[in-house]
Design a protein around this ligand. Sequence first.
Ligand code: NAP
Length: 465
Amino acid sequence: MEEVPIISLLAYLVAAVLFIIGLMRMGTPKTARTGNIYAAIGMLIAIIVTLLLKEVLNYVGILIGMAIGGAIGGFFARKVQMTQMPQMVGIYNGFGGGASLLIALAVFFDLGQNMTLENSVTIVLTVLIGSITLSGSFIAFGKLQGFVSGRPITYPLQNIWNGIIFLAVLAGMVYLVAVPGNITVMLALVAVTLILGILLVIPIGGADMPVVISLLNSYSGIAGAAAGFVIGNMFLIISGALVGAAGFILTRSMCKAMNRSLGNVMFGAFGAVTATSGGGGAGADGDKSVREATQEDVGMLLGFAKSVIIVPGYGLATSQAQHLVAELGSMLEERGADVKYAIHPVAGRMPGHMNVLLAEANVPYDKLYDLDQVNNEFERADVAVVVGANDVVNPDANNMADSPLYGMPILNADKSKSVVVIKRSLSPGFAGVDNPLFYMDKTMMFFRDGKQAFVELIDEIKHMD
Ligand code: NAP
């Protein structure tokens, strides 16, 4: 690693500390915005120090690149819908992996056969992780955006084929370390690792894509750290390691919240059986009936309730009903009700999805309750209002050993005195399974788009008394 002036080292240290403080602050919605600013300042310091440190050949080219990249990034960050955030993060991870791959290839072509063992090992590792991150992230993006089927795409002996391809990749890597500089083998390695990235992600169902994106985020960090070793940049190593660790911790917490192992997510083709079995879909069973409620029914129930727990899910995000939900919550409080919001860790389609939406609607943080804090409260609640949530309130997760959701911790909305479910139909949620909560005697189904439902309920409560 090259000699770095002490002042630059100190600046890197400051930037790294800002990253760590930023990550810590991103742990709760209250401090997340400032956390983001801390991390952005850290990155700015790191970029300036790196540009001053290196023998930069062409500042104009770099500044033009930064301006174009910044403009494209800024445009999409503003334009993207909240529900499309996972695929946006996915594509950014892909570019991160791609950038590390290009750095490794640039150094490979630059050094030719004059490589040390350290050079060749770090280059092949960066190529492996960078390529898998690049192609895997684009497939994850395609699945979430609907360009590629969200269903798990499986074929016989899939994991064995992947294992064989992985062994071929390992052989190529060992060859390039033993005989550095062979361009044909390097290009073949890039091609095969790109294919491996695609093959690893296509068998995973769309429902699991946020977990995969979080894992690929971790990979992009590791690829960045490996690229840091390739070019001898200490800050790239530190920041890559932080991204790698943070992505992995998030991946683990998401798997834990779904009660599934990472191996099951990656190789279990979750959703393939339920998606094709036909009988699992809600409403498929003609014997069961639901109690359909009117605007007046739900208005009366809420208007006289003393304690209400609102359970938001993915439908809250798609209908963008968060502002109206917050408005109704305040109206109920003015009528003397205690109103809580129950947040499941994997409600919606990305970690923190519900927190972000409710924060946008200015719901105070102290009214948001995690699963562990709120689950004992349902028994005492007069009404649980489930808005656009499905899997995260499915009692089969507690009771039915053959349910794909079995073992996932859920919000016990079924324990409250009465339940109102707001959704458009009896369609299943992401896991593709029926929900017995809808058929319980205490449950009222209010079949509406989320936003429309709250427009009607606010109107109903306004005209009460
Ligand atoms: P869900 O089980 O996917 O159900 C969402 C429900 O929202 C659907 O049943 C749908 O029913 C309803 N809906 C959709 N659009 C609506 C609209 N405009 N108005 C009203 N309702 C609408 O959602 P969830 O309960 O939030 O559970 C999340 C699922 O995603 C879990 O299975 C979780 O494991 C998975 N997942 C989440 C993450 C994460 O990070 N959050 C990561 C990986 C996987 P209708 O079509 O009938 O309206």
